[in-house]
Design a protein. Structure first.
Length: 276
């Protein structure tokens, strides 16, 4: 981890001793976020549904002296989210930061090509985990009289071929605003980071994996690639910077909102999207 330290975080200890849960932290933006938060002094809870990827991230953090635990749970269920929060409290006695990173489109295709089950699966993956985890953590943070929740949105809400996923992310934007108004009186801040297209070089789990060991079918490869390329081209055409982002760039925005540097910011969306 020290070999890859972000010099912008070097020496910064904004999250010193804060207990930080990051869901979906076995790979991608979630993994980059726990690495960044560890660099900034956080106590880390690696949460993922896939034990292999969660273990890999956890072992990497432990090798560099991070205070870290791993919790494997299915956050598409209410009980899975409750389990995550309860196990964190058992380990650390408090929760300062919750990053709701779990989600990600399964299919990329025009809306009329989705069937009923596919739409349900997209909502189950990209909306329900954030709902369940917010519901589970709020009583803890209310009792503490403080906490920071960072939800992950997406610029897909103005893009092509991911209507059910985009609907999930639109719901998360609304959830962020409502919760910030309801729970600000308890010292709880709720914000969203909304990434644009981001390259994930360390992907372990396919987007088509809906449960450990269970994959759904995609469109024929040529057709699927055509829709994906059109989606990326459409996204890039809207960007000022004309490039895709990195997980580390998303993690930097998330770490800022988690820190006390953002203590007067709530109900807001940071579009970390290259000007999209």
């Amino acid at each position: 981890m020290t070999d890859n330290i972000d010099i912008r975080a070097a020496g910064a200890r904004r999250l010193k001793d804060k207990v930080c849960i990051v869901t979906g932290s076995g790979q991608g933006i979630g993994k980059a976020t726990v690495l960044r938060m560890a660099q900034e002094g956080g106590k880390i809870v690696v949460s993922d549904r896939i034990d292999e990827s969660a273990s890999k991230t956890t072992n990497e953090l432990k090798a560099h002296g991070t205070d870290v635990i791993k919790i494997v749970s299915d956050l598409t269920t209410f009980s899975g989210a409750q389990e995550l929060i309860e196990q964190t409290i058992d380990a650390y006695g408090r929760i300062d930061v919750l990053v709701n990173n779990v989600g990600g489109t399964i299919w990329m295709k025009p809306f009329h090509l989705y069937d009923e089950k596919e739409i349900e699966l997209e909502l189950e993956r990209s909306l329900k985990p954030t709902l369940w985890c917010c519901r589970a953590v709020l009583p803890v943070m209310m009792n503490q009289k403080q906490g920071s929740i960072i939800n992950l949105g997406s610029q897909s809400i103005q893009g092509l071929y991911r209507a059910p996923y985009a609907s999930s992310k639109g719901g998360i934007l609304a959830l962020t605003k409502v919760l910030s108004m309801e729970y600000g009186r308890y010292g709880i801040r709720v914000n969203t980071v909304s990434p644009g297209g981001t390259d994930i070089p360390d992907r372990i789990t396919s987007r088509l994996t809906i449960k450990p060991g269970i994959e759904v079918k995609d469109l024929p490869k040529e057709e699927s690639e055509r829709y994906r390329e059109e989606m990326i081209a459409n996204s890039r055409s809207q960007q000022a910077l004309r490039r895709r982002g990195t997980p580390e760039e998303q993690a930097a925005a998330i770490a800022f909102l988690a820190s006390d540097d953002a203590e007067f910011i709530t109900g807001e969306v940071i579009n970390c999207s290259g000007g999209q």
